[in-house]
Design a protein around this ligand. Structure first.
Ligand code: SF4
Length: 220
């Protein structure tokens, strides 16, 4: 594994669990709002050796519940399934943050994962623009369907500001996700982006919340 960083403790990245976060190096997409640009270059020198991560985890058995593989895009790395197996063998639950760009690799690790945070970055027709890439929409949809069929606990999340795409398209996306069977959706305000005025935004959030069993808005 090429590891770009290790967060030794978090209570918010793996719902209901105390976890460490392994930031995986490399991502082929280039979202304008990416918070971890230093993780994008897949050829960058790892910041910490995988064996060091395992040593750290061995010392946290019984203290942490789980390990989240985040990024970057963890599924870029073909070593991920083996790394997940090593983590499970130490007794930890496994979480995965992914943008859904590798549905076949995602299917491969589904049996090894206890919870998935799946980014749905934009309505399908906007995905290439938001991610500065090509052909992602079909792959993300396939990943979403695989997650839904798998029964693995998950959350879908979308980062939004009106500068990324219009509000009515965000509603269309919410309607589509709910129609596909998504039950938990988190809407995240894009850092540096605007929002509609507060009164209107409260009304919009109520509309989103009505579509899902579980809805959360995360302000930037
Ligand atoms: S998919 Fe994630 S890691 Fe990759 S560019 Fe977009 S925000 Fe950054």
């Amino acid at each position: 594994m090429r590891v770009g960083g290790l967060q030794r403790w978090t209570s918010i990245d793996f719902p209901g669990r105390l976890a460490a976060v392994v930031f995986c190096q490399g991502c082929p997409w280039r979202c304008s709002y990416c918070h971890n640009p230093e993780l994008l270059d897949a050829s960058a020198q790892p910041q910490i050796a995988w064996e060091e991560v395992l040593d750290f985890l061995r010392g946290r058995c019984g203290l942490l519940d789980g390990v989240v593989f985040s990024g970057g895009e963890p599924l870029l790395q073909t070593a991920l399934p083996a790394a997940m197996q090593e983590v499970r063998a130490l007794g930890f639950e496994v979480g995965l943050h992914t943008s859904g760009m590798y549905p076949d690799r995602l299917a491969q690790v589904l049996p090894l994962v206890d919870w998935i945070g799946l980014d749905i970055k934009a309505p399908w027709q906007r995905l290439d623009t938001v991610t500065a890439s090509r052909g992602g929409a079909a792959r993300v949809l396939e990943s979403l369907l695989r997650v839904l069929l798998s029964g693995v606990a998950h959350e879908c999340r979308t980062t939004w500001s009106p500068e990324l795409f219009p509000l009515h398209e965000l509603h269309d996306l919410a309607e589509e996700l709910a129609g596909l069977g998504v039950r938990r959706w988190a809407l995240q305000q894009c850092r540096g982006g605007s929002l509609p005025d507060p009164a209107r935004w409260r009304a919009e959030l109520a509309l989103f919340a009505a579509r899902f069993e579980d809805f959360e808005f995360r302000a930037a």
